[in-house]
Design a protein around this ligand. Structure first.
Ligand SMILES: Nc1nc2c(ncn2[C@@H]2O[C@H](COP(=O)(O)OP(=O)(O)OP(=O)(O)O)[C@@H](O)[C@H]2O)c(=O)[nH]1
Ligand SMILES: [Mg+2]
Length: 198
């Protein structure tokens, strides 16, 4: 089974759930702390360089960004959306702004009927940060029966071979990707399609 992206375009940005587009299409959301590689991974999956804006400065993504996709699998076409979110726990803004962001983020994650898949990203070098544990606990708590969570470790290019082998053994269910080296991308794309459309 292989899944191809036939079309990917930016739809809209929303500061909160009130301004989001009608939830008529299945949504896949990229969740994780700031700078983990959410926007980069969305671009890799779509085979596009800068569909979603990425930056080495944490806090780049500040709105809920919707991308409209058409994918092909087993001779059939499907519509879906990728949703790029701001990072959780981004510290370098005022406390009130951080609280406001996190409220609109959690509101969207909690109330959005269209979400079917959470892609939870973790930096492969830091598999046990408190912030990542909090995100995991939160998703586990709000997850509905029709939703799944997929853990993806990013920046695998930063690990040595033996470190990567250890991580794969420790997290057998997780996927490992590198946006820099374009590793693990097709496999993740296939997993997304398999979970949504098979
Ligand atoms: N080495 C390496 N760098 C990566 C990888 N993925 C992303 N980066 C880099 O990490 C930085 C952050 O990437 P983004 O995709 O902007 O991260 P983000 O999670 O969207 O960040 P926010 O929008 O701030 O929440 C950028 O400098 C990317 O080039 C990867 O797989 N390997
Ligand atoms: Mg981003």
């Amino acid at each position: 089974m292989s899944c191809q992206i036939k079309e990917a375009k930016f739809l809209t940005s929303a500061p909160s759930i009130k301004q989001t587009p009608p939830p008529t299409v299945t949504e896949v959301v990229f969740v994780g702390r700031s700078n983990v590689g959410k926007s980069s991974l969305l671009n890799s999956l779509c085979e596009r360089k800068s569909l979603a804006k990425s930056s080495s400065t944490p806090g780049k993504t500040r709105l809920i960004n919707f991308f409209e996709l058409r994918v092909g699998m087993n001779g059939q076409d499907y519509s879906l959306r990728f949703v790029d979110l701001p990072g959780f726990g981004y510290a370098k803004v005022s406390k009130s702004m951080k609280e406001e962001w996190e409220e609109s983020l959690t509101d969207y994650l909690l109330k959005r009927d269209a979400i079917r898949l959470f892609i939870r990203l973790v930096d492969a070098r830091h598999d046990d940060l408190e912030n990542d544990r909090e995100v995991k606990a939160y998703l586990d708590e709000i997850k509905r029966p029709d939703q799944t969570i997929l853990t993806v470790f990013t920046k695998m290019d930063k690990l040595k071979q033996n470190e990567l082998a250890k991580m794969r053994a420790k997290f057998p269910e997780a996927l490992f990707v590198s946006n820099l080296k374009q590793r693990g991308i097709a496999e993740l794309r296939n997993q997304i399609c398999e979970r949504l459309f098979v």
